[in-house]
Design a protein around this ligand. Sequence first.
Ligand code: NAD
Ligand code: MG
Length: 380
Amino acid sequence: MKALAILGSTGSIGTSTLDIVEGLPEQFRVAALAAGSNLDRLEVQVRRYRPALVAVAREAGGRELARRLGAGGTEVCWGPEGLRRAAAESGADMVVSAIVGAAGLAPTAAAVQAGKDVALANKESLVMAGELVTREARARGVRILPVDSEHSAIFQCLGGNGARQVRRLVLTASGGPFRGRPRGTFATITPEEALRHPTWSMGKKITIDSATLMNKGLEVIEAHWLFGLPVAQVDVIIHPQSIVHSLVEFVDGSLLAQLGVPDMRVPIQYALTHPERCENAVPRLALDQMAGLTFEAVDREKFPCLDLAYAAASAGGSAPAVLNAANEVAVQQFLNHRIGFDEISTVIHKALDAHPARPLGSIQDVLEVDREVRERLEKH
Ligand code: NAD
Ligand code: MG
């Protein structure tokens, strides 16, 4: 039986992960849970799965949860040290990294350092510190298994083939809710409109990232670190039906794709059970009911965030961490009605100009860059 530490257990990926645990009770048990501020949901989860450890982002939340749970089998901890312990010291065999944003980096790095295999949803940690995290994982023999549907698709298509035989990776993107909307009207897009994703149901931050296509930009960088190919060999194509989850083109021109219904339980489960595959209750893809699969090029002028991500990846060093921090701040400002949808890319562009790329020697350095960018943007 595999023991899991699920970081971000109250979120979209976290709850889907627990769904899988429910369906495969002989294979998985929960050693630790961690979340931000949704104490009600976390309390229900702790009572059901009885982890040895539960971590909450802030002390007040941790104390409140401890009060509600009373004396029992679960130790409650909090803050960065609490998250670190949930990732590294709960006795888990595998850590599901599903906290959203930069907050996921330190616990992901801690899991790798502790020699735990990681099922990685938190793409931001590879965007910010891909070189450091993947180098440490290699040194410790830790496996980083992709949860992101595109990367799971590529992982499956590669089937152990090294990068040598690959011409390029092709990440598919739904195009988000504004694929057909004229750029001239982007300034008037409301958060409510942007939160209505056509094919996937996800947390707020990644839903806005999908609407700007920054999500695909972050995924290009994620693919670069996971599969060891230069970003110039990672392409993006719009595929509005979200049925083909991504493709690999090999040197002989052969393309392999992975298909399925857009349901995150499939890639999450594969990360947990790899190299095995298990039955589940996910609806099957009815090929004969499908009207068609279409592909089109990205309109890169309409969605400038994608090129900003390629530029940051090429600049290297701290640039992707700057991109990520500026994006997180801009998305929050947009959700709070402080900037327009069209200004998200402007904020990121300016931040990249204001923080020239510098080398990063440690996770501490990365967190320092993240702090600097946020501080500067929040002053404005
Ligand atoms: P979400 O907003 O639904 O959930 C985020 C989780 O992180 C919650 O449990 C929240 O409590 C926790 N959290 C937030 N801040 C925290 C902090 N400071 N400390 C501890 N916990 C904290 O987000 P999501 O959609 O589940 O996405 C999670 C991650 O997975 C993101 O990195 C996202 O890019 C990635 N991802 C999500 C999907 C998806 O379908 N939802 C697909 C691919 C990748
Ligand atoms: Mg994805």
